[in-house]
Design a protein around this ligand. Structure first.
Ligand code: NI
Length: 136
């Protein structure tokens, strides 16, 4: 079943889109937009298989009930993807944990998302880079 929705965009972007539609011989905007969305989603799925190295950093309150245990337990679940973890006691309440990871982009992102979702995690980030092999 097809569903309709409304899209707003700047005039100039829409003009560019219409030129794109002509160049690629689409019959209408909907058809072109569907193809663009599909290709973007496939690209993301493909990237999930890509080998990467990355750094996850977390700031959390170690007084939060069982948070420290959960952070550790999650990491044991991903021990094959974790190269090293450094824990810094920032002040009386806060801990900084920096986790160096290596694995498929999808796995690394899953670990980062799970850690970020824990209650008491104040700040979290993931940065990914291709593995050395892919860097020429
Ligand atoms: Ni600490």
């Amino acid at each position: 079943m097809l569903r309709r929705f409304t899209v707003s965009m700047e005039d100039s972007l829409l003009d560019d889109f219409d030129i794109f539609i002509q160049d690629h011989h689409y019959h209408n905007r909907s058809e072109a937009l569907r193809d663009l969305i599909r290709s973007r989603i496939i690209e993301k799925e493909w990237q999930a298989e890509k080998p990467v190295m990355g750094v996850i950093s977390l700031v959390y309150d170690h007084h939060q009930h069982q948070l420290q245990e959960k952070v550790t337990e999650l990491q044991h679940g991903f021990h094959q993807q974790i190269v090293s973890t450094t824990h810094v006691h920032m002040d009386h309440n806060n801990c900084l944990e920096v986790i160096i990871v290596r694995g498929k982009a999808g796995e690394v992102r899953q670990l980062a998302d799970s850690l970020m979702a824990l209650r008491g995690v104040r700040n979290a980030s993931l940065s990914m880079s291709s593995t050395g092999k892919d860097l020429h």
